[in-house]
Each structure stands twice: as C-alpha cells, then as structure tokens.
Design a protein around this ligand. Structure first.
Ligand code: ADP
Length: 530
C-alpha cells in the first residue's frame, strides 16, 4: 500500500450547497449510453464517436491498472489537445486516478518538476511528444497504450476494470498548476465537483447533441477542462483546433464556417486578437465564452454592433475557485463604458467582497473577491502554509462560516448584485494567459550584480496577449548592463513568459513627486514605438 495524497476523502465541504455526487466519468457513462454513435471528437479529418471514446479510454484505464496504478494515484498526460489527449484524460479518470495535464509548451525540465510536485506515478506522452518522467520514474510513450488499444484486450470481462461510476464528486480529479512567477508553480488539487457543476445542462455554455465546439485551450489550463467536459457531458462534439489556425484570424474564420462551429471557449487575449482583426467573426455562433483577463469594453461594443454570437459570455474565475465562478452574458455595452461586468455568481459558486479586515464590503464599495462554493479547490498539494494563507474560513455577510479562497482580485457590486472587476490588490498581471507578479520579476532583475534598480511594466496589446518591458539602471555608470546578458541571467530564474523583452537600460529611473518609481512614465515609454 502506498500513501494516497490526492483523494481529499477526509475533507468536509463546509459549503451550504450539496454537490451532486457523480464523478466526471460517471456522468460521461450516461452520455455514452444516450448516444453511443454520436460524434465526440473531431481531430483533423477523423471523427470519433462516444462509443470509441468509451472503448479507447477503457483500454487506457486497463493499461494503467496493469501497471499497478490505483485509485487516487496521480498520472500525467504530456502533449497537446487531440483525440489521444481526450482518450488519455478520460482513461486516467475512469481508472480512478488523478489526472495531471502537462501541456507540450513546457520545456522538459519544467515538465519533470511538475510531475514530481504532483507526485505523478506515471506520465503518458502523447504521440509526437518526448516522454518525461518524475524523479526516479520511468517515462512511458503513447505506443504502449496505443498497442493495447489496437489489440483490444479482454476489456469487457476484466473484473479489475472499475466501473465508470466508482469515484465521487468530492474526490480529487486533477492536479493543475498555477502559473506563478517565481519558485515552482503551485499544484492545485481539483475535485470532480468543480468541473461537473459547470457542465450541468441548461446553461448557454453546455453544448448539447448536434453542437460543435472549437477546442482551443492548452491542456494545462483550467479552461481546457471546461471546454472538454461541458461538451462531453452534454453530448456535443469537440473539434480540435491547431495552434496556427488560432493565430490566423482569416484561417480561423474559414474553420468556423467550414466546420459549422456552434460554441467556442477561449482566452480573453485570443478573443481580443480575433475581433480586433474581424469584429463579426463569431457572429454565427451560439456561444463564445471568454475569460482569463478583463474584457476590453471597446472591442466588446464593436462585437455587439457588428455580429455578436447569440451568447457572448465574460467568464471570471481563478483556478483555485473552480475555473469560472461568475459570468456575464454581454448583450449591450454602453458607449464609453470603462469595463465589462463579470456578472453574477454561477453554478453553486459564491463570491463575497471583503474589506482588508475581513468584514463585508458595502454596496458600491470595493473589496477583495473571496470565493466559496462547489467549485473550490481542495488546496495546494504538500503546501500546508500556502494553502492556509490562500484558503481561509471566514464569517460572511450571512453570518455563516464558509471556506473561501482569497483571490487577490478587487471587485465592486452594484445594487443589483452585478459584479465588476476592479483590478488586483497586488501587481499580478496576465501574460499570454499566465499569471505574472511584476514585483517578482523586478526582484530577479535586481539579483544581477550589474543592476542598481529595475522596473517592469505591461506593454499594450501586441498581436496576441501582452508582453513585459523592463527598465534598468546600472550599478556602475561606466559599465552599463547589457540587455542580452540580463535575459540570459533571467532564463534560469523565470519561466519564459515572465522574461521581459525588450529590456531598456536607463541612466536614471523616473520618479514621482514623492520619490517613487513613476510607472506611468515607463508605461508611456514602453508603448511608444522605438
Ligand atoms: P484563468 O486564466 O483560467 O482565468 P488563472 O487562475 O490563471 O485562471 O487566473 C485567474 C485570474 O485571472 C483572476 O484571479 C483574475 O485576476 C483574472 N481573470 C480571469 N477572468 C477574468 C475576467 N473575466 N475579467 C478580469 N479578470 C479575469
């Protein structure tokens, strides 16, 4: 017997809602029975049915069991969104194991760290991806699973294959990583209920039978779970989108038409990039759900004026709160609006606005968004102190104690309860979908002996997503520090998305009247063409 750190069985959910008890594969089983021949995944020019998903994933789960994987063990899947990725994820979960999705974009050294931190006992490399293993483990290529699937072992009669419904909604389903700036990303324990609650039919983001969903998210992002499970638990079909198509708006428009796409989930930066080039691009869709960053009200207004999908949804939520905790169906954006609301809490989530002392903020007053309810993560794996800092039990305005995640986001609520995103309590920003703390990047720049001072700002939108610009002064004015040298210095200390480019050497840092770094001047400088 080995110790199981992923199950979360002993935790009591202190929330007032009663989460439904079925697990992700348990709910999928119903869909397979309902429409076995319906298309589940289209990858390139091949389409796979729900029955094929059942057969293949069952074989993967059997292969895992034959390698002594037991319920609650963590198993990683390395690669990109694809039919095989879906099969592997479903196979891992139906074996009762915990899935650790690691996107192909992570360099192997970082992927290996993630596997180690997640306690992965096995890592399945998808076709075309280098096998990577956690410290001390053997890597496994896709061939082994593929071979098993092709020979179709005695899957139907093997008593060791657990039934699809064996796990419950409270058990841990995934380990996802927060995209921290320094140190190692934190492994978040994610229960089945955090995802199943979002896939309950009836909501505009639940694509039912006959609906076709563009699959856009990298495997490691929480959005990937949302698009995959909201589709598969409602009988829709996932249409895998290649990365090149997503970055080329013309190609994306053609794909949406040719593949008769009805639903799409995407990052705010991809949405901005697409509608900036072609405002009406999503006009024929039933729904586009956008999240990860503040939606640009000007672009949203342009989309509403020139071809809005039937539902354009601004979804808000940090990973730890359960992917999406509030949502706003954007019907109309008032001219000159400074923001697009993040809506009302959804799917058994709760959002409280609290003052710094923990007391509830009043109507119209800004407060930190603290999240409770059925989407809440179980905590960070093996990080009790960070878990205790971020997940707190507080008395809310209703007078009840509730376990809440302190998001670090600021919000404000109108008298109708509509939530508005008001920025951060700290200097965390998003770069290409990853969380980055600007203070941490500056601190790393200052560790270089040639640097006296450093300041980092977000550069306006350039193509897809934002970039960072750094400004540095040199410790020795006669030997100005070189940007290339600084970038090499940062390469071993920060993930690629957190390394600023360009880095501008300055003779002196601009200061405000009271002697602080004048970030407004630096932001204007970063936005100016060189
Ligand atoms: P994701 O990128 O999947 O939303 P992360 O945990 O990486 O999840 O980042 C969550 C943070 O992103 C939130 O705490 C918030 O700062 C920001 N965010 C997410 N959605 C929105 C939104 N619709 N509007 C404004 N900020 C958002």
């Amino acid at each position: 017997m080995h110790t199981n750190t992923h199950t979360g069985e002993s935790r009591q959910s202190p929330v007032s809602v009663t989460p439904r008890s079925a697990s992700l594969p348990g709910l999928l089983a119903r869909q397979i029975v309902r429409g076995p021949d319906a298309p589940a995944v289209q990858d390139g020019n091949r389409t796979y049915s729900y029955q094929e998903l059942d057969d293949w994933s069952r074989s993967v789960s059997q292969a895992l069991l034959s390698r002594a994987i037991r319920p609650g063990d963590a198993v990683a899947v390395l690669g990109t969104r694809s039919w095989e990725a879906t099969v592997a994820v479903v196979g891992i979960l139906r074996a009762g194991a915990v899935c650790v999705p690691v996107d192909a974009q992570y360099p192997s050294a970082q992927a290996a760290e993630m596997l180690t931190d997640a306690g992965a006992r096995l890592a399945i490399a998808l076709p075309g991806h280098e096998p990577v293993a956690a410290a001390g483990d053997e890597p496994v290529g896709w061939e082994e699973f593929d071979a098993l699937v092709r020979t179709r072992p005695t899957v139907d009669h093997d008593p060791d294959v657990p039934s699809l419904t064996e796990r419950s909604a409270e058990n841990c389903a995934y380990v996802l990583f927060t995209s921290g700036t320094t140190g190692r990303p934190k492994p978040v324990l994610f229960p089945h209920r955090a995802v199943t609650r979002l896939a309950e039919g009836g909501a505009p983001w639940c694509p039912g039978s006959g609906k076709r969903v563009l699959q856009t998210f990298g495997l490691s992002f929480d959005g990937s779970l949302f698009e995959m499970w909201a589709t598969l638990l409602n009988g829709g079909c996932l249409v895998v989108a290649g990365r090149d198509v997503l970055l080329d708006t013309e190609a994306l428009g053609s794909l949406l038409r040719a593949e008769r796409i009805t639903h799409a989930f995407m990052t705010t930066s991809l949405f901005h990039h697409s509608v900036r080039t072609k405002a009406g691009i999503f006009g024929a869709l039933d729904m586009v759900l956008v999240g990860g960053e503040a939606m640009d009200p000007g672009l949203a207004a342009a989309v509403c004026a020139t071809g809005r999908p039937r539902h354009l949804i601004n979804g808000y939520g940090p990973t730890e709160g359960g992917i999406m905790v509030s949502a706003y169906d954007v019907g109309h954006v008032a001219p000159g609006a400074s923001s697009v609301p993040i809506g009302w809490q959804v799917a058994a989530s709760s959002c409280h606005l609290l003052r710094a002392d923990g007391s509830p903020a009043g109507p119209g007053e800004e407060g930190e968004i603290c999240i409770g309810g059925a989407g809440l993560a179980l905590g960070y794996l093996n990080r009790p102190e960070e878990t205790a800092r971020a997940f707190v039990t507080l008395r809310t305005s209703t007078g009840e104690s509730e376990r809440l995640y302190r998001s670090g986001d600021l919000g404000r609520r109108g008298s109708d309860g509509l939530l508005e995103f008001r920025g951060r309590v700290d200097r965390q920003v998003k770069v290409r979908g990853f969380r980055v703390e600007l203070d941490a990047v500056e601190a790393q720049l200052r560790t270089h002996p040639g640097v006296a001072d450093a300041a980092v700002v977000v550069r306006g939108n350039d193509g897809i997503g934002k970039g960072l610009s750094a400004f540095v002064t040199s410790a020795d004015a006669t030997r100005p520090v070189r940007p290339a040298e600084l970038r090499a210095h940062l390469a071993s200390r920060l993930p690629t998305h957190a390394i600023p480019a360009p880095i501008h050497p300055l003779e002196r840092m601009p200061l405000t009247g009271n002697g602080k770094t004048d970030y407004a001047v630096l932001r204007a400088r970063a936005a100016a063409p060189d």
